[in-house]
Design a protein around this ligand. Structure first.
Ligand SMILES: *[C@@H]1O[C@H](CO)[C@@H](O)[C@H](O)[C@H]1NC(C)=O
Ligand SMILES: *[C@@H]1O[C@H](CO)[C@@H](O)[C@H](O)[C@H]1NC(C)=O
Length: 358
């Protein structure tokens, strides 16, 4: 009889233990890792977007333009198209310089717009205006615009972003863009390679809108995440039809067309600024995410700043990309200006993950 009572009591104790320990720690676990759980289960609740049609990209420096155009199924023109490069600028001064030095020989007009507001309605300095003397080499071909922020607190950051992109459309017309000029739409850190721009300006019959597949790097060219950045695009401008955008606008993707270096900043303070000003502010869930020591440690490891899982659509890809990004020791086929000024931009090259404070 007493044994039966004891086992009942044992059951109660276990139930009590369960209530007091397991349930609260489960709740804490879900609070800390809820995002991971939903991302991990993503393949169950979301199907992947329609895949791009990837065009094979042919290039060698010693092959003639006529042959290169023909390999892509295009003809060669008698004279090249004019090319406009248009960017919305925030604080990526070094990336902008590497970008413009890479594209410089083939760009007719550099168009840059900056605002005194981040997408999340925080006041920010006019970083381009403050550093304009570092960009003398584009001055004769530069159209610069400044737009005042709307500073609507609590508004969805996508609205301020759309407002700034609309202003960029107007700035492009002020810069004199005409039908069939090429227009590069991309963020500052999405850098098309020089030869890609040259190919597209010389070949006839290229698609009206073409996305560029870029190599995806994080923090520096030491961490190659994957080859699948696709947001950058090149347009044959059509007045009244072409709109500056940073989402998917067509199905065609030209392979291996350049580099996308996310969070490739010189100073730890730039990382903190970006994490605060970024559109998805819900990612900074805990204030210790912004601690400089933590950020430095994660940069050197190649680990995720937001402690998130990869945004992928199959279990195989999620699991394949979990954990830190492997270190790369290749600095082959990077922007030429970066190698020519390796001392100044050392932090972008393999083996130099320690950032200056500032
Ligand atoms: C490639 O072309 C350059 C100049 O156009 C020439 O100096 C070089 O020898 C060529 N290289 C090869 C491998 O043909
Ligand atoms: C932002 O820039 C606009 C346009 O120059 C200016 O009118 C406005 O006062 C600025 N806002 C702040 C908060 O400085």
């Amino acid at each position: 009889m007493s044994r039966v009572r004891w086992s009942f009591l044992g059951l109660d104790l276990r139930a009590l233990l369960f209530l007091c320990l397991v349930i609260p720690s489960g709740i804490v676990g879900i609070y800390l890792h809820g995002q991971k759980i939903t991302y991990f289960l993503r393949p169950l609740w979301e199907s992947p977007p329609k895949p791009f049609i990837t065009l094979t990209h042919y290039y060698h420096e010693n092959v003639s333009m006529e042959t290169l155009c023909r390999l892509h199924g295009w003809g060669v023109r008698d004279f090249p198209r004019r090319v406009y490069d248009a960017v919305l600028f925030s604080n990526e001064v070094d990336m902008l310089k590497i970008r413009w030095k890479e594209m410089h020989p083939y760009i007719s007009q550099f168009v840059l717009l900056e605002s005194n507001s981040t997408f999340t309605a925080l006041l920010k300095p006019l970083n381009f205006a403050l550093n304009r003397d570092r960009f003398k080499f584009v001055e004769p071909r530069l159209t610069y615009g400044m737009i005042g922020g709307r500073f609507k607190k609590g508004e969805n950051p996508f609205i301020e972003e759309a407002y700034q992109r609309l202003a960029l459309d107007q700035l492009l017309r002020i810069a004199g863009i005409e039908d069939d000029d090429l227009l590069v739409m991309s963020d500052v850190d999405e850098i098309p390679s020089r030869h890609t721009i040259d190919l597209l300006r010389w070949c006839d019959d290229i698609p009206q809108v073409l996305h560029l597949q870029l190599k995806n790097y994080v923090y520096s060219f030491e961490f190659l995440y994957d080859l699948r950045s696709w947001r950058a695009s090149v347009h044959r401008y059509q007045r009244g039809k072409t709109r500056y955008a940073h989402y998917r606008q067509a199905d065609l993707l030209l392979a291996d067309s350049g580099w996308h270096c996310s969070f490739c900043f010189r100073y730890i303070s730039d990382f903190v600024f970006k994490m605060k000003a970024y559109s998805h502010t819900d990612r900074v869930r805990f204030s210790h995410y912004l601690s400089p020591e933590r950020i430095q440690e994660l940069i050197c490891k190649g680990a995720d700043l937001y402690d998130m899982l990869p945004e992928e659509y199959t279990f195989r890809e999620i699991i394949g990309k979990m954990g830190p990004i492997p270190h790369s020791h290749s600095a082959v086929h990077l922007p030429a200006f970066l190698l020519e000024n390796a001392d100044e931009y050392k932090y972008l090259l393999p083996g130099n993950c320690i950032r200056e404070s500032g």
